[in-house]
Design a protein around this ligand. Structure first.
Ligand SMILES: [Zn+2]
Length: 154
């Protein structure tokens, strides 16, 4: 089996986040990967669904938890272009997904967009029983550029 890198999957997620912008939504996307295969993908859809809770990760977790058990989800990796917010971190926790990989951090987003809930996903998981593993900074520069382009019109 060919082994893809975290960068490979993150690049796919970043392309999907561009599609979210093309759709008229915010530049965020997430993927669910199992055994080196993308099994689900989701984009931010807050504007097109007229629902402020439709973050990419929440859209992904909602679909995933209808299709898979928490035992199955524990074996999967969630890739997201930006560190999950408090709402999405909570949803990921309840789904049973145990590995989260992101590109830009909540701090980066806050610095660029300037109006966000500055909360690291690890703060949400601080008191959790069996917290997920969280790895940040994969293709971080690319995600930062994407946010700068969108929020600062660069
Ligand atoms: Zn969120």
């Amino acid at each position: 089996m060919h082994t893809y890198s975290h960068e490979y999957f993150m690049d796919q997620a970043l392309q999907l986040a561009n599609e979210a912008v093309d759709d008229g939504n915010h530049p965020f996307a997430a993927l669910l990967v199992h055994n080196q295969e993308i099994i689900l993908e989701a984009k931010n859809s807050i504007h097109t669904s007229k629902d402020i809770t439709r973050h990419a990760e929440l859209n992904l977790v909602s679909k995933a938890s209808q299709l898979y058990t928490s035992t199955q989800l524990a074996e999967m990796i969630l890739y997201t272009t930006t560190e999950p917010c408090a709402m999405c971190s909570g949803a990921i926790y309840w789904s049973g997904i145990k590995t989260i990989i992101y590109a830009a951090s909540a701090t980066h987003l806050d610095q660029i967009a300037g109006k966000f809930l500055a909360c690291h996903s690890t703060q949400v998981f601080k008191n959790a029983l069996n917290p997920p593993i969280v790895i940040g900074g994969i293709l971080e520069h690319k995600a930062i550029l994407q946010h700068q382009k969108y929020w600062l019109n660069l």
